[in-house]
Design a protein around this ligand. Structure first.
Ligand code: ADP
Ligand code: MG
Length: 320
């Protein structure tokens, strides 16, 4: 007996490490007219690495102390940046104190109470520009270290932390701010390598639709633009919160496009759901991801995305 074309295409995808949810999902994948891709964890590998820790003058902390605090707060998070911080702390043999009251805000970062202090780790824009209301502090914060006054000075003149962030972003890395009890104490530089074949996959996606793929990212402009150059994407939209990605996708859909959103299964779930078809890269949360995405690429290969679209188109032609 021969399988119906769409089911046979699903089976082929499965053999190549792509889980497709249903025949309807398989069919949607081939109907797309525009491609949008996320950056962190999608065009880049899921595992990022800590490149450096810059302790701000007057923080009263050593590099290791700042990193240990950040890692303690990040430990419950599955975000690639969080895992980079925790891995780096473990590699240095640092002791991670338990974290209480953990909370994470997609596209912004995390917050937790570590040794009685509120530690925030995340996007400099969100944490330093007050784009997000700073989470409440514990009622009676104990003094951090002797250096409390100098910490305030460093924060008030605003320069050291901004200079550190700019330096990291100029290098093409992602800058992550670490705040203790609302005060910036360190800036971390984190970078993830491009996935193998990323530029080829982007080019293939562009050829499939005839429209240049778009990069949608929560990361900073400079890191995003640099990555865009490396993979051949000129339409780069940076500094987006998860809901901004959703709004962008909806805008295209409303204008009659059928969008293929390629993202990570965690932060990009709303954008994957808003798109005509969503493809999630990576193993993280793949069972949950299939509730919003049409397909999950469990193999570390971006080339699977244009391959799946091509398979779907062939199967659709056979069905029709
Ligand atoms: P992208 O769109 O590139 O995948 P995300 O939406 O996942 O990026 O995150 C956007 C930004 O939010 C990151 O560049 C980082 O500044 C911040 N961020 C989000 N989660 C975390 C976290 N767990 N730790 C540190 N920073 C985070
Ligand atoms: Mg991402």
């Amino acid at each position: 007996a021969t399988m119906p074309p769409l089911l046979s295409a699903i089976a082929t995808c499965g053999r190549h490490g792509v889980l497709v949810k249903s025949a309807a999902a398989m069919e949607r994948l081939g109907a797309v007219t525009r491609m949008a891709l996320d950056k962190t964890g999608t065009l880049t590998e899921e595992s990022a690495r800590l490149r450096g820790t810059q302790v701000l003058p007057g923080s009263g902390l050593t590099e290791d102390e700042a990193l240990a605090l950040a890692a303690a707060a990040e430990r419950p998070s599955e975000h690639p940046l969080a895992r980079a911080v925790v891995t780096a702390a473990r590699e240095r043999g640092l002791r991670l104190e338990p974290a209480a009251d953990f909370a994470s805000a997609p596209g912004r970062g995390v917050r937790a109470v570590v040794t009685g202090h509120t530690v925030q780790v995340g996007s400099p824009t969100a944490l330093l520009d007050g784009a997000a209301a700073p989470p409440e502090r514990p009622a009676d914060p104990a003094p951090l270290t002797r250096g409390d006054d100098s910490v305030r000075t460093a924060v008030m003149d605003g320069c050291p932390v901004r200079a550190a962030v700019a330096e990291v972003e100029d290098s093409g890395a992602t800058a992550v701010a670490v705040l203790v009890d609302g005060r910036p104490v360190a800036v971390l530089a984190i970078a993830a390598p491009l996935r193998a074949g990323a530029a080829e996959a982007v080019a293939a996606l562009g050829r499939l639709t005839g429209a240049p793929p778009v990069l949608l990212t929560g990361d900073n402009k400079r890191a995003a633009a640099r990555l865009g150059e490396e993979v051949g994407i000129t339409d780069v939209r940076a500094g987006l919160l998860p809901q901004d990605k959703v709004a962008t996708v909806r805008g295209w859909e409303d204008a009659g496009e059928r969008v293929l959103m390629v993202g990570d299964g965690v932060n990009d779930a709303p954008a994957l759901a808003a798109a005509h078809s969503g493809v999630a890269m990576g193993r993280a949360g793949s069972a949950l991801t299939l509730e919003t995405a049409d397909a999950v690429v469990v193999r570390d290969e971006l080339a699977a995305v244009p391959a799946v679209v091509t398979l779907s188109r062939r199967a659709r032609r056979l069905v029709a």
